[in-house]
Design a protein around this ligand. Structure first.
Ligand code: SAH
Length: 362
């Protein structure tokens, strides 16, 4: 006979089968999972939510990921590149508001003009914030040398999602060429960890062809890889992408949403002291999506401070929330939502991953 969820949760470690059982839990059992995750979170990382002010600095991308709205092949997107001055202005805004950290993200480019520009921007942001702002970057796959230069210039966290731990599934959701290789992606993650970044990865939840076994393996990979931070959220189909054709085969948005919350909850129990972001994609499904994630284990939120005129052009998926707000509107709204549901915002704190320091000491 299968164990009850409460008994599974008492174990020190979970098998893949245990994780699948947790992922399939519903009703009262699901609530048991959620409340255990919250307990673990409060005990190991506390009640604070750390902010990463997100600047999506360009949607120019040389990749063609079959799920992503800003893929190179989507000719309907008007491409933008925010000026250095605007980026620095946004970073200063985050600093002045005591956000603690910023996150810089963009489509993927590896040309020298881009990599050198980012290096210079990182130096200037470090300087304008007296080396106080935490800096997370997410610029995709780069050479080890580039990662090292950006690290030396002041970035100390890197987010690069593996998208799926199942290599076959990875290949199904990417074009079949050397620019989209699963092994290269894993190798990048290894390089980031070797350089000394707080290393983050994640996956999409509710992809076509994805099974419960895949999701359980995803969680086990995060644990095996000993990552410091995770960002994962629901897959949301985008009309202007090749994967839109699978729309009818997908789980409902509501199911993808609940499954994402369960993934976060299980991850929190598996990796007690890492940072887990409440993905913005959750909010594309439920107006309180991110706050719900905070209640089941997430402890990081990324308020969008991209200049309003550019936001609509950074739509990786449809119904992306907040695309018509200004930076302060987004910020005020999210700050209010977080505090009304009982968590505290850690202003002025970088909120580095506790797990990272433990890993470094070991
Ligand atoms: N160029 C950067 C940032 C890419 S976008 C990088 O390579 O890391 C960040 C993440 O958005 C992707 O890793 C992917 O997991 C997610 N994403 C892209 N399209 C999506 C979609 N249709 N639904 C949900 N998430 C999506």
């Amino acid at each position: 006979m299968q164990k009850t969820i409460a008994n599974v949760l008492k174990q020190d470690s979970f098998s893949k089968e245990n994780i699948v059982q947790l992922l399939k839990s519903t009703g009262e059992e699901q609530e048991v999972l959620f409340s255990e995750a919250l307990k673990v979170k409060l005990k190991h990382v506390g009640n604070c939510v750390y902010l990463r002010a997100l600047i999506e600095l360009s949607n120019i991308c040389q990749k063609d990921c079959l799920y992503c709205g800003i893929r190179a092949g989507n000719k309907n997107v008007s491409r933008y590149d925010i000026s250095d001055e605007e980026i620095l202005h946004a970073a200063k805004f985050a600093y002045n508001r005591h956000y603690g950290s910023i996150a810089l993200q963009a489509g993927e480019r590896v040309d020298k003009q881009f990599t050198v520009r980012i290096e210079n921007l990182l130096k200037r942001i470090t300087k304008l914030s007296n080396n106080e702002l935490g800096i997370t970057i997410s610029f995709g796959e780069q050479t080890k040398d580039t990662y090292q230069r950006w690290f030396d210039a002041g970035a100390h966290r890197y987010l690069l999602r593996i998208e799926s731990s199942n290599k076959g599934l990875y290949q199904q959701i990417h074009p079949n060429n050397s620019n989209h290789s699963y092994d290269a992606r894993l190798n990048c993650l290894q390089n980031l960890q070797d350089i000394g970044y707080q290393t983050g990865t994640g996956i999409m939840i509710g992809l076509p062809f994805q099974t419960y076994d895949d999701l359980a393996n995803d969680l086990l990979l995060l644990k095996d890889f000993d990552v410091d931070m995770v960002g994962m959220g629901p897959f949301i189909e985008h009309r202007e992408t090749p994967m839109y054709k699978y729309k009818k085969q997908l789980k409902s948005l509501h199911e993808r949403f609940t499954l994402s919350l369960k993934m976060i909850a299980i991850l929190r129990i598996l990796m007690k002291d890492i940072n887990i972001a409440a993905a913005t994609a959750l909010q594309a499904i439920d107006p309180f999506g991110r706050e719900k994630a905070i209640k089941v284990g997430a402890n990081v939120i990324m308020p969008n401070i991209t200049p309003t005129q550019n936001r609509a052009s950074y739509q990786l998926y449809q119904n992306k929330p907040c695309i018509d707000e200004s930076a302060s509107e987004s910020a005020n709204k999210i700050e209010e939502k977080i505090t009304t549901q009982g968590s505290e915002i850690a202003y002025g704190k970088r909120g580095d991953s506790k797990h990272y320091f433990r890993r470094m000491n070991d």
